[in-house]
Design a protein around this ligand. Structure first.
Ligand SMILES: CC(C)(COP(=O)(O)OP(=O)(O)OC[C@H]1O[C@@H](n2cnc3c(N)ncnc32)[C@H](O)[C@@H]1OP(=O)(O)O)[C@@H](O)C(=O)NCCC(=O)NCCS
Length: 195
């Protein structure tokens, strides 16, 4: 049902009346056909916010497409969601289950980005909740984790208001062109919760 997060989502259409959104925004899981659009938005994110992401801009123009396909096309417990406005991809987020046997109870959210012209309309929050919900739906998941740099103030606010709590901080974790940022590690306990 639009605007509700209590069920597993593959595609959700949010109308302005559902949230604070001023435009209709569709959230759905991305697939192989979305690889180029995702890679383009991901590159934009890395270029615009170098200290908000641990990843660097790749030299190889095909790398991001390959990365997307590796991360999303081969594993049901590693997915990427996209937010679309008027048919254009404006937001992205990924969630995956940790692979190690002793970390199998944890999911990790990565690559959150909303294009500058589409921010403050609710897309980021819906993407985040969709990713949390999907991670939580995987059998045995108890915690959802993410990392955010201290320069990404908007993202930290978004995560905090959705229940994530800081459990660690790495000073000067990322340095780029003479500037450094701490990396803040946050977690959400999803045992027995409803989103
Ligand atoms: C973080 C980001 C994804 C938020 O996307 P968004 O679509 O603007 O987020 P929403 O409109 O859903 O906002 C949800 C909440 O996030 C917080 N937030 C978002 N933008 C904010 C801002 N400029 N200042 C303060 N809080 C902000 C607020 O709590 C907001 O709720 P509110 O509007 O009721 O106050 C977006 O700003 C972005 O892509 N930033 C650059 C990349 C980045 O930092 N990614 C995170 C990497 S870990």
């Amino acid at each position: 049902m639009p605007g509700q997060y209590s069920k597993r989502l593959t595609s959700t259409v949010l109308q302005p009346s559902d949230t604070k959104m001023t435009m209709t925004c569709t959230i759905r899981q991305l697939d192989r056909d979305d690889a180029n659009a995702w890679a383009s938005l991901r590159r934009e994110a890395l270029e615009a916010h170098p200290l908000a992401f641990g990843a660097s801009i790749p030299d190889d123009p095909g790398y991001l497409v390959e990365f997307f396909l590796t991360r999303c096309a081969s594993n049901a417990e590693s997915v990427v969601f996209g937010a679309f406005i008027d048919g254009s991809l404006v937001g992205i987020v990924g969630v995956l289950r940790n692979a190690g046997k002793k970390e199998y109870h944890k999911a990790y959210i990565w690559g959150m980005y909303v294009a500058a012209g589409s921010r403050r309309g609710g897309a980021g929050e819906v993407l985040l909740r969709t990713a949390i919900q999907r991670g939580r739906s995987w059998s045995g998941i108890e915690q959802v984790h993410l990392s955010v740099s201290d320069v990404a103030y908007e993202a930290r606010r978004l995560y905090e208001r959705n229940g994530f709590q800081q459990w660690g901080r790495e000073p000067r974790a990322l340095c780029w062109e003479g500037n450094c940022a701490d990396e803040i590690h946050m977690g959400l306990d999803v045992r027995g919760s409803t989103c």
